[in-house]
Design a protein around this ligand. Structure first.
Ligand code: ATP
Length: 314
């Protein structure tokens, strides 16, 4: 769906902001670009919708080299969400959301219906918020409008640059949770930029960890955690390692090592093997949980789960 082939970008003679990077993003996948400030994440993202031109290399969207497409045509297939939302202050919420469909000449009724649908899905009911201006909204609400605007024309590709970056930590967690649950995003191909490791692990199918314009490792969360490509990757994840491991490991990953405890009548809470260890520990609190996997049933308590994590890591 999106392919970068030996792409570089230089802003001055000294060092390359993006230095010979290649990756592919598969249809329906969420790829997170993660890394420290200045490592080239935003530059990479902005080259994909041609807000910046690559100095060398090739970028393909849907099989077409983007250099051969008019930028306006390219951007019709690409929604873009920015950290500071980029909402037009003198447009109402519904006008902001309807901008791209209007550019695409949708008729007024269709734009109105689409806007109302998205506002409902993003918990900004049109009756209360349609005619409100961005400055009358909280940061979290503005961010939802920014997301609705990027989704309005139903583009198959979504580029998101620190979409939750301007929010306080609590709002950030709740908006992120809503984002994950949004059915509008189900089949979209998403590239999301963040410097927040936890966010990357929560939202990414795969993570592309960058440093100084180069890719250090691109892989699934478990690969980065348990098979780091180099010392940079290892030390980048170290501060939050245990939490990340518990969130990335699913019960099914540990199934072999989870001891089988005898069932008691109290083991009522049922989880699936798709639940993470973190979710399981959260659910276990005072009593074990029951998990079904491949037609087998296990009763899991906190000690058993942590023993299985330790065994998996050996
Ligand atoms: N328009 C520009 N002119 C000159 N240098 C730039 C420009 N945009 C980015 N850079 C430089 O290119 C490098 C990569 O910047 P980029 O914004 O892509 O990093 P980033 O990983 O997104 O960082 P952040 O998380 O802080 O936004 C940095 O050294 C930055 O200073």
């Amino acid at each position: 769906m999106i392919k970068l082939d030996h792409v570089s970008k230089n802003f001055g003679p000294e060092k390359k902001a993006v230095n010979d990077i290649s990756f592919e993003v598969h249809p329906g996948e969420t790829l997170v670009l993660l890394g420290t400030s200045g490592c080239g994440k935003t530059t990479t993202l902005r080259m994909i919708n041609r807000l910046l031109e690559a100095d060398s290399g090739h970028i393909f969207v849907n099989g077409k080299e983007i250099k051969t497409l008019a930028p306006e045509l390219l951007r019709r297939n690409i929604g873009y969400v920015l950290q500071n939302t980029g909402l037009f202050p003198h447009y109402t919420v519904s006008e902001n959301i309807g901008i791209v469909p209007a550019l695409l000449n949708w008729d007024k009724t269709r734009i109105r219906e689409r806007t109302i649908t998205l506002m409902d899905k993003l918990r900004l009911p049109a009756a209360g918020y349609s005619n409100v201006y961005p400055h009358q909204l909280s940061g979290g609400q503005q961010q939802r409008v920014g997301l609705a605007r990027a989704l309005a024309a139903d583009a198959p590709v979504l580029l998101m640059d620190e979409p939750f970056g301007a929010l306080d930590p609590l709002t950030r967690i709740s908006v992120r949770r809503e984002f994950k649950a949004l059915d509008e995003l189900n089949n979209k191909t998403i590239i999301l930029v963040t410097h927040d490791v936890e966010e990357a692990f929560e939202l990414g199918n795969r993570i592309c960890l960058m440093n100084e314009g180069r890719i250090q490792q691109l892989g699934a969360p478990l690969e980065l955690l348990f098979h780091p490509a180099n010392d940079f990757v290892r030390s980048f994840l170290d501060p939050q390692r245990l939490q990340l491991e518990l969130k990335a490991l699913k019960i099914k990953d540990l199934w072999t090592w989870i001891p089988d405890k005898p069932a008691t009548t109290d083991n009522a809470r049922l989880l699936t093997a798709e639940n993470s260890c973190w979710e399981a520990l959260d659910a276990i609190t005072s009593q074990p949980v029951t998990v079904m996997h491949n037609q087998a049933k296990k009763i899991i308590d906190g000690n058993g789960l942590m023993e299985a994590v330790a065994a998996y890591k050996q």
